[in-house]
Design a protein around this ligand. Structure first.
Ligand code: IMP
Length: 208
């Protein structure tokens, strides 16, 4: 039986990779998942948070206030403890404001080389938020994948720091894995799973 009036939720993203990954997990006929690509009006959001969660909340609140619909937002990045947590919230703009993935990778590699590190512990992290203040609902979720970063990039797939990141208990970099292999273990997947659990739980509670 199809649902005639699914609940509209905005996914605060224009990134097709991310949208596809999240849509493949949130498959629920009661939900119609819209994205920022479906709205003609653009929105510019300054990501000024000091951590991933703050940035995810800033994004969700801005999108909700503009379009007045429950919103899912996320913010992710790579954390390298040996570099005091860099690039962290600056992952997308580590080398400079409009840096390419390669420029960001190179900056990280050079910093590791200065410390004579061939590889070092690192993790990807995603903070994800479901923001529906009209229902008094703000859910916060988190996902992490631990691993290490290398100074020698490997592989062609993926994006960002994928060519220099090897997840724990694996031998291939994210960029050497298929999209499917990566998505099954990614930080984003872990955050989506965490959010879905919390969303179902809070719906259950609100029905009682
Ligand atoms: P976003 O918040 O998901 O847009 O991620 C911000 C930045 O973190 C990206 O531009 C990438 O540099 C980095 N990043 C986030 N997730 C990944 C990933 O799965 N692989 C590689 N880099 C990532």
């Amino acid at each position: 039986m199809s649902i005639s009036n699914p609940k509209k939720i905005i996914l605060a993203s224009k990134n097709e990779h991310k949208i596809a990954e999240i849509k493949s997990i949130i498959r629920d006929e009661k939900i119609s998942l819209l994205t920022l690509n479906e709205f003609q009006e653009g929105i510019t959001i300054e990501e000024t948070g000091k951590d991933f969660l703050e940035n995810a909340i800033i994004k969700a609140r801005a999108v909700y206030e503009k379009f007045n619909l429950p919103t899912i937002s996320d913010d992710s990045g790579l954390v390298v403890p040996a570099l005091n947590g860099e690039p962290g919230v600056y992952s997308a703009r580590y080398a400079h404001a409009s840096a390419s993935d390669w420029e960001n990778n190179l900056k990280l590699i050079n910093k590791m080389k200065k410390l004579s590190l061939k590889e070092t512990e690192a993790h990807f992290e995603t903070a994800m938020v479901f923001y529906a203040p009209q229902k008094s609902l703000v859910l916060k979720a988190n996902g992490i994948i631990k691993g290490k970063v290398l100074t020698t990039p490997r592989g062609e797939n993926g994006f960002g720091y994928d060519p220099i990141f090897i997840p724990q208990n694996h031998h291939l970099t994210f960029a050497q894995m298929s999209e499917r292999e990566k998505n099954e273990i990614s930080h984003r997947r872990a955050a989506i799973n965490d959010l879905m659990k919390k969303l179902n739980f809070s719906l259950l509670v609100s029905q009682n």
